[in-house]
Design a protein around this ligand. Sequence first.
Ligand SMILES: Cc1cc2nc3c(=O)[nH]c(=O)nc-3n(C[C@H](O)[C@H](O)[C@H](O)COP(=O)(O)OP(=O)(O)OC[C@H]3O[C@@H](n4cnc5c(N)ncnc54)[C@H](O)[C@@H]3O)c2cc1C
Ligand code: FES
Length: 282
Amino acid sequence: MFQIIHKRELNAQTTMLDVKAPAVARRAKPGQFIILRVDENGERIPLTIAGCNQDEGTVKIIFQKVGATTRRLGLLEEGQSILDFVGPLGRESEFGDVAGKRVAVIGGGLGIAIAYPQAAALHALGAKVDMIVGFRSMDLAILMDELQNACTNLIVMTDDGSNGHKGFVTTALEEQLKAGADYQRVIAIGPMPMMRAVCELTRPYGIQTIVSMNPIMIDGTGMCGGCRLTVGGETKFACVDGPEFDGHLVDFDEAMKRSRMYRDQEKISMEKHFCNLTGEAR
Ligand SMILES: Cc1cc2nc3c(=O)[nH]c(=O)nc-3n(C[C@H](O)[C@H](O)[C@H](O)COP(=O)(O)OP(=O)(O)OC[C@H]3O[C@@H](n4cnc5c(N)ncnc54)[C@H](O)[C@@H]3O)c2cc1C
Ligand code: FES
């Protein structure tokens, strides 16, 4: 069992947990993830390792409550435990020589939680990091202090313009590119349509663009084929070959189609398991 040491609600949909998992904390690298199972009736879900504290042996996860499992996880309190917490899984990020180079890290939706450790790692390596994040409204903004400390230049966009910067993250990236930003690479993390839009923006500039793919994962070991993607015409498994790939080579049409495959089952699971647990109206 893996005990929750610290819990912080970042906003109504997003929760941060520090989980006691010393073996994972010792080996985790940026870009890697864990697969957890809340209890014996739970399904396995992947979450990115958002940070580690080696001294305390804890692993930080940040998640949005989007369905049955993430909502069950969000009900756990400090002192309670998670049944399975397996990792670190996936390949670590390959940053190369970024010292003094300008890079952009783009985070949209739940991608902000995943993009934050990437930006922090690049910043620590001496890169000049432009971080572009988007929220529906400033009321929903999370991790503002952490994001500010993880980059050189933080650009926050809102759908409703409540902070004076109305538009999507791609609006801000396009402005930066048109203004001549000489990015050595762009890292985009978030919903697939957003990552695809970022790739189409950077393609004409020939800027290397890394995306963190989030297909449905089941075993996380490369055995089940659930997270299959086509990258540069070759079949890849996001859990062992990724989750990061060259975005200009990813077949997004196929990936988006596959990610919608279990929509009906996800709805049934939410109604059956979560509503039974909380007594919430269906
Ligand atoms: C490598 C990786 C890292 C991720 N990191 C984070 C993170 O740090 N924070 C975060 O909030 N979310 C992250 N996700 C997404 C997270 O796994 C899903 O939000 C979660 O599985 C939803 O489960 P649910 O039962 O609550 O919702 P459901 O109602 O079951 O599903 C809601 C949506 O979540 C996705 N999803 C469902 N099951 C899985 C699964 N087994 N594998 C992958 N995606 C699934 C689907 O897109 C689905 O439409 C990550 C996904 C991947 C693949
Ligand atoms: S999750 Fe099974 S092969 Fe990747």
